[in-house]
Write a protein that binds this ligand. Sequence first.
Ligand code: AMP
Length: 198
Amino acid sequence: MRLILLGPPGAGKGTQAQRLVERHGIPQLSTGDMLRAAVQAGTEVGKRAKAVMDAGELVSDAIVNAIVAERIDQPDCARGFILDGYPRTLVQADAVESMLSERGIGLDTVVELVVDDRALVGRIVKRADDAKASGQPVRKDDNPAVFEERLREYYKKTAPLTGYYYAKGKLKTVDGMASIDAVTAEIEAVLAAAAKAR
Ligand code: AMP
């Protein structure tokens, strides 16, 4: 199964992706996690991405496309994967199409988590508080000021992807304001329906 999770920052993509990993045994490919790992490791990519990420802006398409293209060739992706936080621009969406068609594979479904913007900043603040409380590092971009920029970037560059995938007949929307368990159940129902339709 190859799946894209769409939605603004704080919509719950990461949480739901982790549940899908457990249930379906396919990896979560989070470009945010990969970029943070690169920053942590001090690689060339990490050095170029750090300031952009700290400001809440998007890293260049060329960088993220290259990271994902390399990642999907790893053996653990052979049975499928969940793209979390990628693609985030139309250029990236076109890159996904090319990457998959070059490998003779396709995309099964795009699930959009639909959320109320007003709830998002509260979720981000909670994520930062939870990280702090459990002794984990707090993401530099999980604060209200940077969050506003992340949301602006989302509307400018990522929101058009819903139309892109809708036009391709791939888009399924899920109520991201429901409880975590209810969202998981709704995603599973969407995936089951998509599998049946194949
Ligand atoms: P995330 O963990 O998905 O919220 O991503 C954190 C940050 O990493 C974003 O605010 C961007 O700066 C960068 N990032 C993650 N994924 C992408 C992407 N697909 N395209 C561009 N930048 C990205």
